[in-house]
Ligand binder design. Structure first.
Ligand code: TXA
Ligand code: MG
Length: 330
């Protein structure tokens, strides 16, 4: 673990300048960063993640002033949204400029941009003086990392301890990936739910939010994603006891982890192992991926996840749980 850990921003900047990869803390999840202007470093992101080359990457910039270097034709509403939400868990898909490397966009005419709200990363971006491209720092299809330790466990073996690093910024506060909004049209279109809800987007822009038809390539939008080794079974709260009884019928001794926020109704089966101490949906979001990682560390065969109500960040948590279970979000 220790060989990859970088404990200061200057070392992280030096590694990136030399063409290395650095896993960085954001408020959502850890990203695997490369200098956005270094094609060879960008290409390695895909190798380390084992991610298909045609899945575009998000550019992380230090501030809104840098938007014009990478994006053009920014509408008034998109500018307004960025001004209100950055730094924060919002990614805007915009028309790209020629400055954006083709490896970043997967050949598309658009680029995804965000200003992360993480003091360490902000400082790193300012010192680096350019953008970094950073997907979540997990192997393709697996659970995203929310601690430096998750990164090391998940992709550490594919990183080079001399040329790459992991900048440890502690646990991520939001815990699920940014809300992605396609801002290339007249109205906002939601490509991935996150902490910034569609209601907030509407409140800020005064525009109704359209929902993606799934035709845009977005790796997080595949049906099966965010998967731990344990099988994930999702249920509404009211059906929990019946779902557990059914699982027990198939295998009476199976180790089952529970992912749920207490709803005050009690009645949680006592032969389940609680994977989180979260008591609110925001705490559940922050703890979600750590709990899925823990399920594997603890050798759980199955995780039963109670879907939170679809309000606020509950949408994003439901979406990630349904994908972890291999079901389509509704
Ligand atoms: O919170 C986050 O967004 C985290 C942290 C590290 O910033 N990043 C993240 O990156 O989740 P990644 O690569 O795991 O997911 C980015 C998503 C992918 O589904 C990708 O396909 C989509 O953004 N994306 C990137 N560029 C795009 C574009 N031009 N058009 C549509 N989707 C795009
Ligand atoms: Mg990802």
């Amino acid at each position: 673990m220790t060989a990859l850990l970088v404990d200061d921003v200057d070392s992280a900047v030096a590694l990136l300048r030399a063409g290395g990869l650095v896993a960085v803390p954001t408020e959502t999840v850890y990203g695997l960063a490369a200098d956005a202007t270094n094609p060879a470093a960008l290409a390695r992101i895909f190798e380390v993640k084992q991610r298909p080359r045609n899945h575009p990457l998000i550019l992380h910039i230090a501030g809104i002033d840098e938007m014009s270097r990478w994006a053009q034709d920014v509408t008034t509403w998109a500018q307004h949204l960025a001004e209100n939400c950055w730094p924060g868990p919002l990614t805007l898909v915009l028309n790209r400029t020629a400055a954006v490397d083709d490896v970043v966009t997967g050949g598309q005419s658009t680029v995804a941009l965000r200003v992360p709200a993480s003091p360490l990363l902000s400082e790193m971006l300012l010192k680096l003086g350019t953008a970094v491209a950073a997907p979540s720092a997990n192997r393709y299809g697996r659970v995203s990392p929310t601690t430096a330790e998750h990164v090391v466990t998940g992709i550490g073996a594919a990183l080079n301890p001399v040329t790459d690093g992991v900048l440890d910024g502690g646990a991520c506060s939001v815990g699920v990936e940014s809300t992605i909004v396609d801002a290339t049209g007249e109205r906002p279109r939601l490509l991935r739910p996150g902490a910034l809800s569609t209601q907030m987007v509407t409140d800020i822009t005064g525009l109704a939010v359209e929902h993606s038809d799934g035709s845009i390539r977005a790796s997080g939008m595949h049906e099966v994603h965010y998967t731990p080794d344990a099988a994930v079974v999702v249920t509404e709260a009211a059906d929990l006891a019946a779902v557990v009884a059914k699982l027990r019928k198939v295998n009476a001794t199976m180790r089952i982890g529970l992912l749920a926020v207490p709803d005050g109704r009690g009645g949680i089966p006592d032969d389940l192992y609680p994977l989180t101490l979260a008591t609110t949906v925001n705490e559940l979001a922050a703890d979600l991926y750590a709990a899925l990682h823990a399920a594997d560390d603890l050798g759980m065969e199955t995780v039963v996840a109670v879907l939170p109500a679809p309000t606020g960040i509950g949408h994003a948590v439901r979406d990630r749980l349904l994908r972890a279970a291999g079901a389509r979000a509704t």
